[in-house]
Ligand binder design. Structure first.
Ligand SMILES: CC(C)(COP(=O)(O)OP(=O)(O)OC[C@H]1O[C@@H](n2cnc3c(N)ncnc32)[C@H](O)[C@@H]1OP(=O)(O)O)[C@@H](O)C(=O)NCCC(=O)NCCS
Length: 183
C-alpha cells in the first residue's frame, strides 16, 4: 500500500509501543479474547464503563452485579478495555450498554464485542436486536449502521441532558434447517 504522496510507508516510522510492535497492529493481535463476564468481573466492568462514559452516566459495580444476576442478561468483555451487555427476551434482544476505553478505540474492539454478542443471541434463537443510541453519538451510530442496524423510531428527550435517542434494529437472518441440502 502506498501513502497519499505515492511513497511506500516506512514501517519503522509507525508509532510503536514499548514491546516494539506498531501500536494498532499489536492491539489487534495481542488483545485478550472476548468471553462471558460473571459476578467476579463487576469491578473491572465498572472501571471500563467509568472510563467510557461521562460521570453520572456510568454504571457502578453494584449495577453490573444486579444486571448479571438476571438470567437473561449476557455480559461479554476482554477483561480489560471493553464490554457489552445484552438482554434477551424470547426471539428479541436488546443491547443494554457497549463501552470501550477511550485509549483503545478505533481498534475494532467495539466491533468484536458487538459481533460476539450478536452471534451469541442469534445462536440462542434471537431474530431481532434492538438498541437505543443518542442521536448525537456519531461514533456509535457509525458502528451500528456498519453492522446493518437501521432506525426504527426516536425517543424524544430520552437522556438526562435532553438529547433524543434513536431506536435501532437489526433483523437477523433465519438459519437454514440443519437438514437442508444444497441442490
Ligand atoms: C461506540 C464505541 C463502543 C466504539 O468502539 P470502538 O472500539 O472504537 O469501535 P471500532 O473500532 O470497532 O469501530 C468500528 C467502526 O465504527 C465506526 N466508528 C467508531 N468510532 C468512530 C468515530 N469516533 N467516528 C466515526 N466513526 C466511528 C467506524 O466506521 C469504525 O470503523 P473504522 O475504524 O474502520 O472506520 C466507543 O466509541 C465507545 O465506547 N463510546 C462511548 C460509549 C458509547 O457511546 N457506547 C454506545 C452507547 S449506545
Amino acid at each position: 500500500m502506498t501513502s497519499p504522496s505515492g511513497q511506500t510507508p516506512d514501517r519503522k516510522a509507525l508509532p510503536s509501543s514499548a514491546d516494539g510492535f506498531a501500536r494498532p497492529v499489536a492491539k489487534a493481535f495481542l488483545r485478550a479474547p472476548v468471553t462471558p463476564a460473571g459476578q467476579a468481573d463487576c469491578a473491572i466492568l465498572a472501571s471500563i464503563h467509568a472510563a467510557a462514559f461521562a460521570p453520572g452516566e456510568n454504571w457502578s459495580s453494584d449495577i453490573f452485579s444486579l444486571q448479571l444476576a438476571l438470567p437473561n442478561v449476557l455480559a461479554l468483555t476482554d477483561s480489560a478495555d471493553g464490554l457489552i451487555l445484552v438482554r434477551t427476551a424470547a426471539d428479541e434482544a436488546e443491547v443494554l450498554t457497549l463501552a470501550v476505553r477511550p485509549t483503545e478505540r478505533r481498534r475494532r474492539l467495539g466491533s468484536v464485542l458487538l459481533e460476539a454478542a450478536i452471534l451469541h443471541v442469534a445462536t440462542a434463537g434471537v431474530r431481532v436486536v434492538f438498541l437505543e443510541v443518542s442521536t448525537k453519538n456519531t461514533a456509535a451510530l457509525a458502528l451500528y449502521r456498519g453492522f446493518g442496524f437501521t432506525n426504527a423510531g426516536i425517543r424524544r428527550r430520552y437522556y438526562s441532558d435532553g438529547t433524543d435517542a434513536y431506536v435501532m434494529r437489526l433483523d437477523l437472518p433465519v438459519a437454514p434447517p440443519a437438514t437442508a441440502t444444497i441442490s
